[in-house]
Design a protein around this ligand. Structure first.
Ligand SMILES: NC(=O)c1ccc[n+]([C@@H]2O[C@H](COP(=O)([O-])OP(=O)(O)OC[C@H]3O[C@@H](n4cnc5c(N)ncnc54)[C@H](OP(=O)(O)O)[C@@H]3O)[C@@H](O)[C@H]2O)c1
Length: 325
């Protein structure tokens, strides 16, 4: 890393999420992207100049091998996460890979084994576990604010209009469960723990043979459960309820809280006002700020993929099996 301590990020692929979410969060956290790699020279150069990135290179391996890059962000289609994350880890470069870490369980296991063997830092880009809002929700639940948490009801829907969207491609491991269903699944892991006992799901198929409207249940010990609904055919909806034995917490957006989002504790006879979720903080700011601090040696790593990603991948695999069996 350079003497000024600035982590030099490289972005693999000219992805929409890199432009719209990763870069604004990284910059708000004080970080900077040094280069972007693309499969096509003109597209990569335009992406760099449109988004204030210093330079572009052709070919993902070129960026992985670049000695002036300290960390890699991998926002490729799901089916490519394993190959390029493994290549980056083998080169000893810390990686932030987009969620889900991989589209199928054996790939997740290979990636995690590589991270362990190479002792290279790897994070899966779920940003919400780094948010103050999730810490506050966990504290409320632990303090018994709603009694015992017994059920999570969670939605993640948005509209996909273009048939060319990677989310509608079976080959690229699209589908609603992997793309957005992974969020309620990870939320349940955060609140119920890593071990589900049962998985049931159904879906409507669309696009190129992927699930586009999906609903299901993950069961946990003692009858606790996640009931989720996700898809590509409704307007944006991330509304989530944490149901306890003596009350509820309504959360407008547990996953990407913005300025208009809030959570609210609702108990019979004791209704409190909504609490703003994240007044000034962008979705990726705490996550990217943490990684930069780790790479500068200022923080110990938290929520690494080797510690968190397998239960999510196992649950997604079990739900997918229930859908397609
Ligand atoms: N954490 C979050 O909040 C969040 C939000 C949205 C999406 N995501 C995740 O981010 C990843 C990318 O999503 P996105 O919506 O940003 O995708 P996107 O805009 O379609 O970008 C994907 C990029 O991958 C590269 N690519 C390589 N091979 C490709 C192929 N065969 N087909 C299409 N693109 C290919 C392309 O860059 P070049 O051709 O220029 O190399 C393309 O720009 C997914 O894993 C998704 O689940 C995460």
């Amino acid at each position: 890393m350079p003497a000024n301590g600035q982590v030099r990020w490289g972005i693999i692929g000219t992805a929409n999420i890199a432009r719209a979410v990763f870069l604004p969060g990284l910059r708000q956290a004080g970080g900077e992207a040094s280069a972007v790699a693309g499969r096509d020279a003109d597209r990569a150069a335009k992406f760099a100049s449109d988004n204030g990135i210093g330079r572009s290179v052709v070919g993902y391996q070129t960026l992985i091998d670049d000695p002036d890059i300290d960390a890699l962000y991998i926002p490729l289609p799901n089916a490519l996460h394993a190959e390029w994350t493994i290549r980056a880890l083998e080169a000893g470069k810390p990686v932030l890979c987009e969620k889900p870490l991989c589209g199928v369980l054996p790939d997740t296991e290979r990636v995690l084994a590589t991270a362990r063997r190479t002792q290279t830092l790897l994070w899966e880009a779920f940003s919400f576990p780094f948010h103050a809002q999730l810490a506050e929700l966990k504290r409320l639940v632990a303090d018994g604010a709603i009694g015992e948490l017994v059920e999570i009801k969670s939605n993640f829907h948005f509209m996909v209009r273009s048939q060319a969207n990677i989310r509608l491609s079976r080959e690229l491991q699209g589908g609603a469960l992997l793309d957005v269903g992974c969020y309620p699944v990870r939320l349940a892991q955060e609140l119920f723990g890593p071990d589900h006992e049962s998985a049931w799901a159904r879906a409507r198929a669309g696009g190129d043979g992927v699930d586009v409207d999906t609903w299901g249940v993950l069961g946990y010990s003692g009858g606790r459960r996640l009931m989720f609904s996700c898809g590509f055919g409704r307007s944006y909806d991330t509304f989530t309820t944490l149901e306890g034995t003596s009350g509820q917490i309504h959360v407008t957006n547990p996953f990407h809280p913005g300025p208009d989002d809030s959570y609210q504790v609702v108990r019979p006879g004791d209704e409190q006002g909504p609490v703003p979720a994240a007044p000034d903080e962008l979705s990726f700011t705490p996550l990217t700020g943490h990684i930069d601090a780790v790479l500068r040696g200022e923080q110990a790593p938290r929520l690494l993929a080797v510690d968190t990603s397998l239960p999510t991948a196992q649950a997604l695999s079990d739900l997918a099996e229930a859908i397609w069996a």
